[in-house]
Design a protein around this ligand. Structure first.
Ligand code: NAD
Length: 451
């Protein structure tokens, strides 16, 4: 029986709105509609698909403020950050469509008298399953490349942020033929039914645990998967780094979005020779972070998405403290879903908080003797999404960065690469990837025609 899925404001607990939940039993009919629409959509030229999709750009531009308010209300992030997420998508929408399309143009390879043309053809039906931490960006990053590539899409956004995703799909979908972009709402069981359904490609962003389950299910039909999973990102602070600058970066990258970013800094390995100055600066900056509802002026740290997430973070901190970590900032009890910006020092490699993803506003510091020890500890993890190295000698810091086992490593900056490079996780942080020419092409299959 279909029921309402309600969405609540994590700052106040107020009801923001509701959508219809799709039960697992209802999923096959939705997928069948996507299957029926797939040949027609896939047969259109790239130019035709682009023309229909690009019409969404002015609609998104017109709704930047409304979507910003909705992102803050539904997910909790401060208004400035919400506006950043929404306006970037609106402004770059047409460019993004064209970059994806350019990656999918046929390529011709000639050898002697033979000529091969590599066509990038759609998979068919794409299941796009997304998390809540960037409630607009995540559906956008998965649904748009799939659609440009000629797949039909069934989007299953997070049950925490159904309203933002629903609105995105409505704005994109106005001019698309029936069945090309559909949204279903529900929890993990709805996602499971979608993965097990008659889909050809599963594009998923979320936790490592769900990713593992999806891969196992997809293996039954040898379905294609693109998994962008969790992280436990290290920051290595070398002995010649400016401790103030490194601390300012750590705070920004650790407390932004209340630490609920897959590439948030979570573990810090700081050279012992500058550790005291670094920790002092970090504790001071953390103490200045303003916590509160995301729509209040001056607030940079909003609520966690829900009580479960808060309890998970608090339990990790409590356990680390009981094992000998020292509290340098935060850690105080707060009402509702709020947590203070928290800094722990004297963290040891064995602590759970240094090994499992936290996804909260907590920075954990370990003092190390030199870059080799930092690298050994930073790399001793099943995760491998992002990492950052801070150092005064840029060439040396870059050489250290090249030895970090992660998909994206920043030197004296955040880990994301320049436009056109992939968003990619190494080890168990990813399986397939997106972004850049190679990433966009994963939403299609090469078909080689040779004459
Ligand atoms: P989650 O894995 O719990 O849920 C993600 C989505 O998958 C939701 O829509 C959920 O309903 C659905 N789902 C859950 N179990 C499923 C299953 N077995 N089969 C199919 N669908 C299922 O993750 P979350 O709590 O929403 O998001 C936080 C996680 O996402 C963190 O681990 C974070 O690091 C990760 N993340 C990664 C990236 C990246 O680019 N690598 C980006 C953002 C978030």
């Amino acid at each position: 029986m279909t029921q309402a899925l309600r969405s609540y404001d994590p700052a106040s607990g107020d009801l923001v709105g509701e959508v219809l939940r799709t039960s697992p039993e209802e999923v096959p009919a939705v997928v069948a509609a996507a299957r029926a629409a797939a040949p027609g959509w896939g047969a259109r030229s790239l130019a035709e698909r682009l023309e229909l999709l690009e019409r969404a750009a002015p609609r998104l531009e017109a709704e930047v403020e409304a979507l910003t308010t909705l992102v803050t209300r539904e997910m909790g992030k401060p208004t400035k950050d919400a506006r950043g997420e929404v306006s970037w998508i609106a402004k770059s929408f047409v460019d993004t469509c064209r970059q994806i399309a350019a990656s999918l143009e046929p390529e011709v390879v000639t050898r002697g008298s033979r000529r091969s043309t590599v066509h990038y053809v759609p998979h068919g039906v794409c299941a796009a399953i997304t998390p809540w931490n960037f409630p607009l960006m995540m559906p956008h990053w998965l649904a748009l490349p799939a659609l440009v590539a000629g797949n039909t899409v069934v989007l299953k956004p997070s049950e925490e942020t159904p309203l933002v995703a629903q609105r995105y799909a409505e704005l994109i979908g106005v001019d698309l033929p029936e069945g090309v972009l559909q949204v279903i709402h529900g929890e993990g069981d709805t996602g499971r039914a979608l993965v097990a359904g008659d889909v050809d490609l599963i594009a998923f962003t979320g936790s490592r645990a769900a990713g593992r389950e999806i891969l196992a299910s997809a293996s039954q039909g040898l379905k294609r998967v693109i998994l962008e999973l969790g992280g436990k990102d290290p920051l290595i602070v070398l002995e010649d780094a400016d401790p103030e600058q490194a601390a300012a970066f750590a705070a920004k990258n650790g407390f932004g979005n209340a630490g609920q970013v897959c590439v948030s800094t979570e573990r810090i390995y700081v050279d012992r020779s500058i550790a005291e100055r670094f920790e002092e600066a970090l504790a001071r900056i953390a103490g200045e972070v303003q916590v509160g509802p995301g729509d209040q002026p001056g607030v940079t740290l909003g609520p966690l998405v829900n009580a479960t997430q808060k309890a998970h973070v608090e339990a990790q901190v409590k356990s680390a403290l009981s094992e000998g970590a020292r509290l340098l900032a935060g850690g105080d009890a707060r009402e509702g879903n709020f947590l203070s910006a928290t800094v722990l020092s004297e963290c040891t490699h064995e602590m759970g908080i240094m090994r499992e993803e936290t996804f909260g506003p907590v920075l954990c510091v370990t003092r190390v003797d030199g870059a080799e020890e930092a690298l050994r500890l930073a790399n001793d993890t099943p995760y491998g999404l992002g990492a950052v190295v801070y150092g005064g000698d840029l060439a040396r810091a870059e050489a250290v960065a090249a030895r970090v086992e992660a998909g994206m490593v920043g030197v004296n900056r955040a880990c994301g690469g320049v436009e056109g490079t992939p968003w990619v996780g190494a080890k168990q942080s990813g399986y397939g990837f997106h972004g850049g020419v190679a990433g966009h092409r994963q939403f299609a299959i090469p078909r080689v025609v040779t004459v």
